[in-house]
Structures are given as C-alpha cells and as structure tokens.
Write a protein that binds this ligand. Structure first.
Ligand SMILES: [Zn+2]
Length: 313
C-alpha cells in the first residue's frame, strides 16, 4: 500500500486526510453533513475520499473511518451511536462497494489511541490506554500494536466505567460513569456550581458570568490561587486519578496517554495525577513501570491519522 485515506466523521462534519505509508499527510479535505440518512452519508463520504485522489493524482488503496460511536471493527458495523441512531449499520460493506477498496472502521477513541501508539506519545510503549478529555471523554487501548477491542464490543469504553456508584446519571442508563466526572462538560458544571457557592471567587472575574465558563476557567483561576477554583481542580483530578487507577489495575498498560482539550493544562494536571496514582497502584510503579504522559498529536489529526492507520494493522 502506497497511499491510504483516513476519515473522521462525527455526523455533522467529515475530515479526511490522504497519507503515504509512513503516515505523512499528503492532502486534506472536508465535507459538511445535515440530516443525510446512512446511504446518502456513505455516498458523500465515498465522494470525499475520491476527491482526494482526483485532486492529488495519488491513488489510495485503503480507507479507514472513525466515528464517535461503538463500532465492531471485525465486521465493520456501527453498533450504537447516541445522537445518530440512523447511522447504525454495516458501513464497511457500503463503503467498500462504493469505493472498491478495503475499508476499516473504529470508534474515535480507538483510532486516536492507535495514532498515538504508532506515531505519537505511545511509540515507545507496547501497550497503552489513551484518554481524550474533551467536551466528552473518549478512550481506547492498544496492546502489542493492535487495538484491544474485546469481543465485538468496540473496545474499552472507560467513559462508562463507574467511579461513583449511584452518582451522576449518564446517557448509557447507569449512574456515576467516569465520563460524567472528567469531561469538559463535567468541569464546566462543577465550575458553575463553585461560582454560585462562592460569590467572591476569581472565577466570576474570569468567566464574566456563568455562561462564560469553559473547561479552562477553573484551571486558570486555580493557578492564580483562587481557593474555590483549586477545590474544583482537586476534585477533578481526584476522579480522573481514580478512573486511571481502575484502568491501570485492570489492564496494566505501560502508559496512559492523556489527550484532548483538558490535557493542554500540561504538568499542572499531570503532576498531581501521577502522584495520586503512583501512591495507590496495586502493583506499584517500581515493579511494573507505568507512565502517565501527554498526547503528542493534535486531537483532530490523531483521528484522521488513526483512521488511516487502521488499514496498516
Ligand atoms: Zn455511562
């Protein structure tokens, strides 16, 4: 294979990249979607892939597609997509038929995990768990260079691992899921709550009003010494650490790679995280080296690169 295409499709926007075998990006393209059914969406994605070939004169031989959904990589089917139930179905078959090339599918967490493992912060590790801390939480695990998918189940859905039994309700139907405590949305929720409980907090000055709160607000105020914000950040790191401890105790990866918007906090986030986790690992770091590192690839590029890399497996 000389060239391959990776597409990241979230239901509203598809971003595509044409890559050479080494993972070097040759060209990009994108397309917007609004209300297409599965067949029309597949047609439009096929056209997007073809446009890259036509524009560059390079013939792609494989296509990888990642979506924010539960995917069975073996059959190439989308099993569950909250927010886009019409998209559930056999995508590999549809796209292969239209494009006449092999097609691989993965959830976004798995694709980004693979990109970090192959080309990013995970290159020196045999096994890793990738956590993307953005508006939502995504997760993927790579072991021995391959995505750990489990049996037809889409892989490690850490966002739905309980960290607080009976806690905050989740779209999956359970309560207390990890994603409900460590996503950007959770951070915004907790920051707003802290603001209303602390009328003199610097959070008000930074955010303007409650609607101005972002996932950065609490971190920024905490760095500046605001006590209410520091409490929000400490609570955030507590849940993140407990979730990472669960993952480490269950899977014993060599590394946890932390990406997404909130990972931009860098060492301010990672240092206390490492300390908390290191002190509580059941099999400690001394006997089973375990690293917590920041993702090296930009979130969006990790998705198209990871989708492309699916075909390299
Ligand atoms: Zn859940």
């Amino acid at each position: 294979m000389k060239y391959g295409i990776g597409i990241s499709f979230d239901g509203a926007l598809a971003r595509a990249g044409l890559f050479d075998r080494s993972g070097k990006l040759v060209a990009r393209a994108s397309a917007e979607f609004s209300g297409e059914g599965r067949a029309e969406a597949a047609e439009k994605l096929a056209e997007l892939a073809q446009s890259l070939g036509a524009r560059t004169g390079k013939r792609a031989e494989t296509l990888g597609l990642c979506v924010p959904a539960a995917v069975d990589g073996a059959s190439g089917e989308i099993l569950r997509w909250d927010g886009a139930p019409d998209m559930v179905g056999p995508w590999r078959r549809e796209l292969s038929r239209r494009l006449g090339m092999p097609v691989q599918l993965a959830g976004c967490g798995n694709a980004a995990a693979l990109a970090e493992a192959r080309f990013g912060a995970g290159k020196k590790y045999e096994s890793l768990v990738y956590l993307s801390l953005g508006a939502a939480v995504r997760c993927g695990a790579v072991c021995g260079g391959e995505i750990f998918e489990g049996f037809g189940a889409g892989g490690v859905a850490a966002e739905h691992m309980s960290v607080e039994v009976g806690g905050v309700p989740c779209a999956c139907g359970r309560r207390g899921c990890f994603g409900q405590y460590v996503s950007g949305a959770a951070l915004v929720r907790d920051t707003k709550r802290a603001m209303f409980e602390n009328k003199n907090s610097a959070l008000w000055r930074l955010a303007g009003d409650a609607d101005g709160v972002t996932a950065d607000t609490a971190f920024e105020a905490a760095r500046g010494g605001d006590a209410a914000a520091q409490k929000v950040v400490k609570n955030y790191i507590f849940y993140l650490s407990e979730g990472i401890l669960n993952l480490a105790n269950l899977l014993h990866p060599q590394a946890i790679v932390v990406g997404g918007e909130i990972a931009r906090e860098g060492e301010y986030l990672l240092e206390p995280l490492r300390k908390y986790v290191g002190e509580r690992l059941y099999v400690g770091c001394d006997s089973a080296p375990f690293a917590i590192v920041r993702a090296a690839l930009g979130e969006e590029d990790a998705l198209i690169l990871g989708a492309f890399a699916l075909a390299l497996l």
